[in-house]
Structures are given as C-alpha cells and as structure tokens.
Design a protein around this ligand. Structure first.
Ligand SMILES: NC(=O)c1ccc[n+]([C@@H]2O[C@H](COP(=O)([O-])OP(=O)(O)OC[C@H]3O[C@@H](n4cnc5c(N)ncnc54)[C@H](OP(=O)(O)O)[C@@H]3O)[C@@H](O)[C@H]2O)c1
Length: 186
C-alpha cells in the first residue's frame, strides 16, 4: 500500500502526483473525491435558485469535473500499462437529468451531469485502447456529505460498490451504473 497527498483543486498538485507515480502500472482509477459544499442535510440553501454561492459552485466544478478529467489525462499512461484499464468516476443520482424531479442542488447536480458527459466522451475516445470508463452513483450514503439520515450505511454502500467494480468489464464501457450494478438513466 502507498498513500500520496493530493489537492484536486490544484492542477500542479495533480501533475506532481503523476510525476511521482511515473512508470507505475495502475489497474483501476477510482475518482471518488467530491464536493457538495457541506452536508446534504444542512447545506442545500447554498445552491438553491434563490440563494446561490457562486464561489462554491466554481469550487464544486473544479473538484467534481475538472479534477477527474485531469486525473485521467495525467495517469493515462499508468492505466494503459495496467491490467484492467478501468476508470470509474464517482457520480450521483443527482447528476441524472432524467431523474431530476425535485430541482435544487444546482451546483452539485450540474457538476455531476457534466462529469457524466466527460465520462461518456472518454469512454468513446479511449475504447479502442482497451479502456473501460464508467460513472457510478454510490447511493445516498451516511458520509459527511450524505448526512446521518441517508439510506445506506457506509460499509454496506462500499461493499456493494466493490462488488460492482470487481465485475466491470469492456461491455460496461460508457455506462452510468448504481451501487447494485443497474443502469441509471442519463
Ligand atoms: N454520500 C452520498 O450520499 C453520495 C451520494 C452520491 C454521490 N456521492 C459521491 O461519492 C463520492 C464520495 O463522497 P462522500 O460521501 O464520501 O463525501 P465526503 O464524506 O464529503 O468525502 C469527500 C472526500 O473527497 C475528498 N476531497 C474533497 N475535496 C478534495 C480536494 N480538493 N482534493 C482532494 N480530495 C478532496 C475529501 O478529502 P478530505 O477529507 O481530505 O477533505 C473526502 O475524502 C463523491 O464524489 C460524492 O459526490 C456521495
């Protein structure tokens, strides 16, 4: 096991990580870090249609969209040398345009919808190099972000995610999957 520090808001930090990992094969890139801007329970007012924290929205876009894209860019050679060539971008049900029946969470929702588009594009462009690129909705989970009233205890959510990730293969390229492996409508 090896642990490296990384600030996804700082493009130089992402590049420096890639330099430190130069020459190392990587089987799976899980772009999991993400920002809501507080907990779902108590921070929704920061991104509502009548009260928007625009600095937060920009920060969310940097961490949830630009950073995962840059991670793929700088680690592509490592992944190409790996066995699974698998990239998972952690998205959200809230990134589904089709399932948006509630409005709200404009900054977070738009970031995850954008991440889904980035994922789809990469899946198209990298397919002929043997990559599998998917986005995943991990379910409403009791983390700092999800809050205490979320549906899934962390251990259960993660166990399900791990099962799905273990089974992902070329035929899943370009999918938006949930923590039970089902397709989420775009
Ligand atoms: N929990 C849910 O209900 C839920 C639902 C749908 C999707 N998701 C997605 O699942 C993923 C994991 O979320 P979570 O629930 O575990 O959220 P969380 O409890 O808020 O944890 C977020 C993680 O992202 C890291 N992070 C934030 N900004 C960063 C930065 N600039 N550089 C490096 N790391 C940074 C944090 O690191 P530090 O602790 O060091 O700050 C932390 O480890 C996210 O992409 C989230 O959008 C979560």
């Amino acid at each position: 096991m090896r642990i490296e520090a990384l600030d996804l808001e700082d493009r130089a930090s992402v590049s420096a990580l890639a330099q430190r990992l130069s020459g190392m094969a990587i089987d799976v890139l899980l772009n999991n870090a993400g920002l809501y801007g507080g907990s779902w329970d108590n921070a929704s007012h920061r991104q509502s249609h009548d009260s928007m924290d625009y600095d937060l929205w920009e920060q969310i876009m940097r961490i949830n969209v630009l950073a995962p894209f840059q991670m793929v860019q700088v680690l592509r050679a490592n992944l190409a040398a790996g066995e699974r060539k698998l990239i998972i971008n952690m998205s959200s049900d809230l990134g589904s345009i089709a399932n948006n029946a509630q409005g709200q969470s404009y900054a977070y929702r738009s970031s995850k919808a954008a991440l889904n588009m980035v994922t789809k594009g990469l899946s198209v462009e990298l397919a002929d190099q043997g990559f599998t690129v998917v986005c995943m909705a991990p379910g409403w989970t009791q983390t700092d972000l999800g809050g205490a009233s979320a549906q899934w205890p962390v251990a259960e959510s993660v166990a399900n995610q791990r099962k799905v990730i273990a089974g992902l293969a070329a035929q899943d390229n370009g999918r938006f999957v949930d923590l039970l492996g089902r397709s989420v409508p775009w």
